[in-house]
Design a protein around this ligand. Structure first.
Ligand code: NAD
Length: 492
């Protein structure tokens, strides 16, 4: 049963279902029932019922639940890694070393952060009143997650919300709903009142849309594509609810002529192939100084040729499949069209033989990419790197910013002034210097421009999941306050 509502697993009321496939083999992993509006209503009602108790729990009580949940998730790390690897097509090494430990660490981080939900200064700002600032939970949060990092995205949505005293209904992506369920169950097992964390597994247009439009949902947090994010924002506008959006990316990877080229080449391979390139911060546009362009392209192509493509359960696999056949066709279509206007240096095809059973796609390097072309402007979300040259530093920064997106970027240089300039002038929520991809629980993740707004992870996410309240106490005890004369004067 695949709805987790009020602390219990339930079947969906619709009678409809969807097969969750293993993209390594296209075999069915599990058949999941699809939530309809009635299931979403039940989950929102459970979250609303749990809100009073959970929002009044002390920071220590909330922190204790989160710390226990972190321990439970850690105990189940291997099972979670296998599940995540199979449903999302992740090489088992990635699930074991990145997705699951990242989720456990995030949960532990928010256990600590729950005790540091500080308001600002309190004091006598008017001389006649004491003012204090309270940070209060917003209410029931409705969250919608994408398929690329199902467990981590569930964590990024659930943790700041519940650490701050909100309750939540999470809708995972249709094709990867499985790991969100044991994740949510860990909070109830850890002592959260039933209904604090609920999961509805359903389609975006039905369950997702109903959750966003729901009158009892105070806030929508959404991670996914920019197009759907905009639609979510429009739907949320009808009830005027708070919106938190984490959207697409097209990260620039800028290699200056003084860069450690070996580091840049290795960095580019890691930053394009992580999660088969299905990472919103993945390097997508290499902007490389003309003097090192040839060496960079040769280095990346050489390493791409050594990457081991294979089934996710195999410890030796570097690159697993794309998430689905539909996504494989999308990536392949973009590369095929690019052949008409650019040079495909390597890759550009799905592997044959045994690997034809799954939705694999070879690492692909494309040069001579015209600015304004589809490969330059649109998210591919696959293991595909577009390369363009530059001559002057100003041009490099301009090219880096030549995108509607602004989620992440990197600059590769040994010159501290160039690095400083890139950090300041590239418009993105994260700019790495001499690295690309690492994230940590203490630091915020979130976009600029069409990559959305709002922060995941870190104490900054509390700002998005709390309302700020000013409480003002009169301290004079006087019935006839001096300021009243501005409004009315008594006769005589
Ligand atoms: P998507 O936008 O197609 O779907 C995301 C979620 O929205 C899914 O759960 C889907 O069911 C739901 N949805 C679809 N239509 C809806 C509607 N009308 N109302 C409500 N919900 C609806 O994205 P995807 O293909 O699952 O994920 C890939 C995208 O996510 C990429 O663009 C990627 O860059 C982005 N992403 C961003 C971040 C980030 O932190 N910025 C992280 C991961 C992924």
């Amino acid at each position: 049963m695949h709805q987790y509502i009020g602390g219990e697993r339930r079947a969906a009321s619709t009678g409809e279902s969807l097969e969750v496939l293993d993209p390594s083999t296209d075999e069915t992993l599990e058949t999941v029932t699809l939530a309809g509006p009635d299931d979403v209503d039940a989950a929102v009602a459970a979250a609303r019922d749990a809100f009073e108790e959970w929002s009044r729990a002390t920071p220590l009580e909330r922190s204790t639940v989160l710390a226990r949940a972190a321990a439970l998730l850690d105990e189940r790390a291997e099972d979670l890694a296998r599940l995540e690897s199979r449903q999302a097509g992740k090489p088992i090494r990635l699930a074991r070393e990145f997705d699951v430990p990242g989720t456990v660490d995030n949960t532990a981080f928010f256990a600590g952060a729950a005790r540091r939900l500080d308001g600002l200064a309190s004091g006598e700002y008017s001389g006649e009143h004491t003012s204090s600032i309270r940070r209060e939970p917003v209410g029931v949060v409705g969250s919608i997650a994408p398929w690329n990092y199902p467990l981590q995205m569930a964590a990024w949505k659930v943790l700041p919300a519940v650490a701050a005293g909100n309750t939540i209904v999470l809708k995972p992506a249709e094709i990867t709903p499985l790991s969100a369920l044991p994740f949510a169950e860990a909070f109830t097992e850890a002592g959260a009142p039933p209904g604090v964390v609920n999961v509805v597994t359903g389609s975006g247009p039905v369950a997702g849309e109903h959750l966003v439009a729901h009158r009892d949902v105070a806030m929508t947090s959404f991670t996914g594509s920019t197009a759907v994010g905009r639609r979510v924002m429009a739907t949320a506008a009808a009830t005027g609810k708070r919106v938190h959006l984490e959207l697409g990316g097209k990260a620039p990877f800028v290699v200056f002529d003084d860069a450690d080229l070996e580091a840049a080449v290795h960095g580019a391979v890691a930053a394009t192939l992580i999660n088969a390139g299905q990472d919103c911060t993945a390097a997508a546009r290499a902007i490389v100084h003309r003097s090192v362009l040839e060496e960079f392209v040769r280095g990346v192509a050489d390493l791409y040729a050594q990457v081991r493509i294979g089934p996710t359960a195999d410890e030796a696999t570097d690159l697993g499949p794309l998430s689905s056949r539909a996504h494989q066709a999308k990536v392949a279509g973009m590369v095929e069209r690019a052949r008409g206007y650019a040079t495909v240096v390597c890759g550009g095809a799905a592997p044959t033989g045994e690997l034809a059973r799954g939705s694999y796609y070879a690492p692909t390097l494309v040069t001579d990419v015209p600015l304004g072309s589809e490969l330059w402007t649109d998210e591919v979300f696959g293991p595909v790197l577009a390369v363009v040259p530059f001559d002057e530093d100003d041009e490099a920064i301009r090219l880096a910013n030549d995108t509607e997106f602004g989620l992440a970027a990197s600059a590769w240089t040994r010159d501290t002034y160039r690095a400083g300039r890139a950090g300041r002038e590239i418009a993105a929520g994260c700019v790495w210097v001499n690295d690309h991809i690492p994230i940590i629980s203490e630091m915020p993740h979130g976009g600029y421009k069409s990559s959305g707004f709002g922060k995941d992870m870190s104490a900054y996410s509390f700002e998005d999941y709390t309302a700020v309240k000013h409480v003002m106490h009169d301290i004079t005890g006087e019935a006839h306050k001096a300021w009243h004369r501005t409004i009315f004067t008594l006769p005589g």
